[in-house]
Design a protein around this ligand. Structure first.
Ligand code: FSX
Ligand code: SF4
Ligand code: F3S
Length: 398
């Protein structure tokens, strides 16, 4: 006869540690994974024990209702294509994905009843995930699921959710469909809720976490879920509703090509010498200087080798930034607001010795307290570097 402990163990399913073993993941890899997720969430490394416990606990699986509006399903696809499906899938399994139009085995009336059942069971407690934009033109008739427009679905479902995650740039602020002339009047989830006057049942605004990116980085979704499971609260958001831990830094300040930018070494054309040598892509329209995201740090596909747009030689087009991706031309040069290198960067021309370095110029600027000092200094530096490069090129040509 089974003991109570054995019965419970069977009732709640296999322990995470057993599951990991079945999937060929040893304890050491799990600890490493938890540590890297802790860092990705911007938490002190000492908290990785709590993160591990949250993954292993698996008892408080929040229900998730995942809706698709106007989009390409790239966000779902990139989540499903995580290179280490073992660990990532484990986190996905920590949520109870009760309704997803892409992944549900059921169809038609069965699918609709799964949605109704989950809403009843988890009233006020489920997480609503929205992928895709909401069309506001023509009463939303551009997009219908089960005969309902996104607006009708949101009226029915959103007031009962605890919080919402707008995954991808489409759901965050309209994405590719909102590019001019925006025939469907596409807007993001937060704006649609506001336009429709949809709130939680008690009249409070539904918290919306934006995870822009086209597609959104699967790690940003996973770490948002894990953050919630670990700390039982939503992450701190920036003014655009994005988790600060993932979107708090400028791509330009974390890009491996930044030293080339600071030294004035640019690719001028695809395939030219600068492009082949991995120089800065600013002149090819890189929007890294005005886009906040963790792409250079987290990369994509978990395969290493600089797998992020700039890392593989393509300018960032600002897919994560409202008003940049899909709104500025690819070749258009970015607005540079922070021209000088971050103060922790080494000096640009340090090898020459004697002269003023970027770092010392930055310090001097900080002491002078004038942003203009930064701007003028950096501009001069850029021009000097460009001239030097041109002279060097002319010498070589000659
Ligand atoms: Fe596609 Fe998601 Fe882009 Fe949009 O991603 S990858 S169009 S952000 O909503 O599916
Ligand atoms: Fe990197 Fe683009 Fe900035 Fe150049 S402009 S340093 S390629 S982010
Ligand atoms: Fe998008 Fe730029 Fe990152 S194009 S994926 S925000 S590098």
């Amino acid at each position: 006869m089974k003991t109570t402990g054995e019965w419970l163990a069977n009732a709640i399913g296999p322990r995470v540690s057993d599951e990991l073993e079945c999937r060929g993941i040893d304890r050491r890899s799990f600890i490493k994974f938890a540590a890297s997720m802790t860092v990705a969430m911007g938490l002190p490394i000492g908290m990785s024990g709590r993160v591990m416990a949250a993954i292993e606990e698996g008892s408080s699986r929040p229900a998730v209702i995942w809706l698709h509006f106007q989009e390409c399903t790239g966000c779902t696809e990139s989540l499903l294509r995580a290179t280490h499906p073992t660990l990532e899938t484990l986190i996905l399994e920590m949520v109870s994905l009760d309704y997803s139009e892409t992944l549900l085995a059921a169809a038609g009336h069965q699918a609709e009843s799964a949605l109704r059942d989950s809403m009843q069971r988890n009233d006020g407690r489920f997480i609503l995930v929205v992928e895709g934009s909401v069309p506001t033109a023509d009463n939303g008739n551009f997009c219908k699921v089960a005969g309902q427009t996104p607006q009708q679905m949101l009226h029915k479902i959103a007031p009962h959710a605890a919080a919402a995650i707008a995954i991808g740039s489409c759901a965050s602020w309209g994405g590719v469909q909102s590019a001019a002339p925006n025939p469907t009047g596409a807007v993001g989830l937060a704006e649609a809720l506001q336009l429709e006057g949809i709130t939680q049942a008690d009249g409070n605004a539904l918290p919306v976490i934006n995870l822009p990116g086209c597609p959104a980085s699967p790690y940003n979704f996973l770490s948002t879920v894990l953050y919630y499971l670990t700390l039982k609260q939503l992450p701190q958001l920036d003014a655009k509703g994005r988790p600060r831990f993932a979107y708090g830094r400028l791509i330009h300040d974390n890009c491996e090509r930044r030293p080339h930018y600071d030294a004035g070494r640019f690719a001028e054309e695809y395939g030219d010498e600068g492009h082949r040598k991995g120089w800065c892509l600013y002149k090819l329209g890189c929007k890294g200087p005005e886009t906040y995201a963790n792409c250079p740090a987290i990369e994509f596909g978990d395969v290493g080798g600089n797998t992020w747009p700039v890392g593989i030689g393509h300018p960032c087009f600002g897919c994560s930034e409202r008003g940049v991706g899909f709104h500025k031309a690819l070749h258009e040069q970015a607005d540079v607001t922070a021209v000088t290198p971050p103060s922790m960067f080494p000096g640009v021309f340090a090898e020459h010795g004697g002269g003023i370095t970027a770092a010392s110029a930055a310090v001097a600027g900080a002491i002078a307290g004038g942003a203009a000092v930064y701007a003028v200094g950096a501009y001069d530096k850029l021009k000097r570097a460009e001239k030097a490069e041109a002279a060097e090129g002319a010498q070589q040509d000659g």
